[in-house]
Design a protein around this ligand. Structure first.
Ligand SMILES: [Zn+2]
Length: 460
């Protein structure tokens, strides 16, 4: 019967594309208050589309920010297990508009590529999942699997309303596994599953010295310049092996298994690739680990910005009264952002000279996440992707953070399968964003295979 489902998807492909175009035309830019009515419109459009797909109990939930759409197909079969499909309907702003070759909100197709804002990130992915479910639910024989959707409108602005929603709707969102299509393919022929993401701890350090800026002729030599004190303290945050020196920073860092290190080595991301991408003279970092390991399974500390004193043109002989730095850390399992804050405080107490005053502000934070690649549901996706592309997906760990994956673990206690059908050259967040339609159609097939693999898996 999966053949009939795939057939349904194939014969309705043009209709699916028309629905995607309608969805894209709604200008759901979450960061811009002018588009609040568009956010409402997009949410209600989705709830209607979910209902038409067979998810009868679909509705829009208000939050303190943009609404969240919930969709639900409840199987009549008792003991059916549940998959929760996550997505976001908001998109990035479109500026600079003059670099677009066409209207960002009037999708056009050129050589199998559909150009528009949100085409790849991630309205295309959202429609792919809804249409795969529509195809599955179009059959007379009911599938013994509950299918839920949660589609938020604030991913591009850091998902501020999501944690509260997850916390207060645990029962509604109860599920066995989450499918998140907000990652992408490695290339047009190679699907990928992202099984690890780093977390984040972000601080602002403020150092103050004299009560106001001073003349360096009058006071130079007797004042510990706050800019200098800041540099001295920052310089101590790494040792000569490239290790972060905050006390206890590595204590809970989960060590990588040989299997894991092999998997990363298989990606063949040599140093030369990173040098070419970044234009640096030479790479830097923690000794004993390859570049790909340092940006995925090892934590890091970066100075994101430094601000102090005179930076205008010409010379001004001043001793600044204060200096600030933005400092962030990428975290790995099992580092706890709250513990890292304490470690930073301890480090500063130990290392800050007594000539200045300081305070530490916390700006953002969230833990890392990891899904076991050997989990049966992940293997169900591996099989689905392999069926469609003729080769198994690459398993990758990302150095970045997708907070929703960790939030699903924290608040719902459930792992996510992170994959998707966008391509590296889709220009997401940039002008001329596009979606490769043949890959997108294959993605719909892959989701259908995945859902049927889950049915098989859960029937045992
Ligand atoms: Zn996205």
């Amino acid at each position: 019967m999966i053949e009939e489902v795939l057939h349904y998807a194939h014969v309705n492909k043009d209709k699916f594309i028309e629905d995607l175009r309608d969805f894209i035309r709604i200008k759901s830019i979450s960061t811009d208050p002018h588009h609040i009515p568009d956010m409402e419109k997009a949410a209600h459009w989705l709830a209607e589309t979910l209902k038409k797909s067979g998810c009868q109990n679909s509705r829009v939930y208000k939050t303190s920010g943009h609404p969240i759409v919930f969709g639900n197909f409840h199987s009549g079969q008792p003991h059916a297990r549940t998959v929760l499909i996550y997505g976001h309907y908001d998109v990035q702003p479109v500026d600079p508009l003059n670099l677009w070759n066409s209207d960002p909100f009037e999708p056009i197709i050129i050589n199998d590529q559909l150009f528009a804002r949100g085409a790849s990130d991630m309205k295309g992915q959202v429609i792919a999942s809804i249409k795969a479910v529509e195809a599955v639910l179009s059959q007379k024989e009911e599938i013994p699997l509950n299918i839920k959707f949660i589609i938020e409108g604030e991913e591009e602005v850091g998902s501020p309303s999501l944690p509260e929603f997850l916390k207060s709707h645990r029962e509604l969102l109860q599920c066995d596994i989450v499918l998140n299509l907000d990652a992408g393919m490695l290339s047009v022929s190679t699907p990928a599953i992202t099984y690890g993401l780093r977390g984040l701890a972000y601080f602002e350090l403020r150092i103050t010295g004299p009560k106001q800026d001073l003349h360096s002729g009058q006071y130079g030599g007797i004042i510990h310049n706050p800019a200098q004190a800041l540099c001295e303290v920052i310089a101590k945050m790494h040792d000569d092996q490239g290790k972060v020196t905050l006390p206890g920073f590595y204590e809970n860092v989960r060590s990588a298994s040989p299997e894991e290190r092999e998997r990363l080595a298989a990606l063949k991301q040599e140093d030369a690739i990173f040098i070419q991408q970044t234009g640096v003279k030479k790479l830097w970092g923690e000794k004993g680990y390859s570049a790909i390991e340092r940006i995925t399974l090892r934590p890091s500390l970066e100075i994101n910005g430094v601000n102090s004193g005179f930076s205008g043109s010409g010379a001004k002989t001043v001793i600044p009264s204060s200096a600030t730095a933005k400092i962030s850390m990428r975290l790995v399992p099992d580092q706890d952002p709250a513990e890292v804050r304490d470690q930073m405080e301890d480090f500063l107490k130990e290392n800050m000279p007594d000539t200045v005053q300081w305070e530490l502000l916390e700006l953002a934070g969230g833990p890392a996440s990891l899904t076991d690649p050997n989990r049966q549901e992940v293997q169900a996706m591996v099989d689905a992707l392999a069926k469609v592309w003729g080769q198994k997906p690459i398993f990758q760990r990302s150095g970045g953070s997708i907070p929703v994956v960790a939030q699903m673990q924290t608040y719902l206690g459930v792992d996510s399968i992170l994959t998707g059908f966008g391509l590296p050259d889709d220009n997401i967040h940039a002008p001329n964003e596009k979606l490769h339609l043949p890959t997108w159609s294959d993605g719909i097939d892959a989701i259908i295979h995945f859902l049927y693999n889950l049915v098989k898996l859960y029937a045992v």
